[in-house]
Design a protein around this ligand. Structure first.
Ligand code: G3P
Length: 229
């Protein structure tokens, strides 16, 4: 399962890419508008931070298929690299997905809440579908179960579309999605820290340091291996 960052916060992207195995960045109009700055500047800066090989998913702001295609072409030209246009699943969105694919543009079909939506998106040629976990959980539905069933449907029919689960609020949701066989998750920067945190890890690190110091003092292993002059 790959990890992507669901943010347009440049500092957070820089930091996460330095420390975590980030496979790409996803944005949507809400995420972009939070930054309150120039759209071109935001997306080109994200691309220059992550480089051309990591995925960049940017959402369309158009609603009609031909307009979505034209916008996708402009965004692709602006950001270059491994790019996917995010298109919400609507009738026009499905038409746009086929159109974009026929023009060689990667497609992520987004705002997916049901299994039939995911199957139709796949048949329209989407590279990824993005089901929204927490928003389903919020309405007493079961986001993880929806992902699990999408993964199973794709397996049943030998469909290559990948599942990029989105909308997470906690580590448990991410963990449960990892058990479904989903291909990727996109999470906010803080969730990376939460996912690696465990107090026993810090106790273990403290114990290692204390045991070492009791014998070798403040000398580090590398120092003890330095050749004497
Ligand atoms: O990528 C879609 C995702 O950003 C939605 O997340 O937290 O707004 O439900 P959220």
């Amino acid at each position: 399962m790959l990890y992507l960052l669901d943010t347009a916060d440049l500092d957070a992207i820089r930091t996460c890419c330095e420390y975590y195995p980030v496979a790409g960045v996803t944005t949507n109009p809400t995420i972009i508008s939070r930054e309150k700055s120039d759209f071109r500047e935001i997306i080109t800066s994200i691309r220059s931070i992550i480089g051309p090989d990591k995925m960049l998913h940017v959402q369309t702001t158009e609603e009609e298929a031909d307009a979505i295609l034209r916008e996708a072409e402009k965004i692709r030209e602006t950001v270059g690299g491994k790019f996917f246009i995010k298109i919400p699943i609507t009738r026009e969105g499905l038409k746009a997905a086929s159109l974009c694919k026929s023009h060689g543009i990667g497609v992520t079909m987004t705002a997916i809440f049901t299994q039939p939506q995911a199957l139709l998106a796949a048949r329209a040629g989407a590279d990824f579908v993005a089901p929204y976990i927490n928003r389903l959980d919020n309405i007493v539905s079961d986001g993880v179960r929806v992902v699990e069933e999408i993964v199973n449907i794709y397996r049943t029919y030998g469909i290559g579309t990948k599942v990029l689960a989105a909308s997470f609020k906690n580590a448990e949701q991410v963990h449960k999605v990892s058990l479904t066989g989903a291909d990727a998750v996109t999470i906010n920067p803080d969730l990376f820290d939460t996912l690696i945190y465990h107090p026993l890890t810090y106790y273990a690190i403290d114990d290692f340091a204390k045991d070492w110091e009791a014998v070798y003092g403040d000398k580090k292993a590398g120092e003890l291996l330095e050749k004497k002059a």
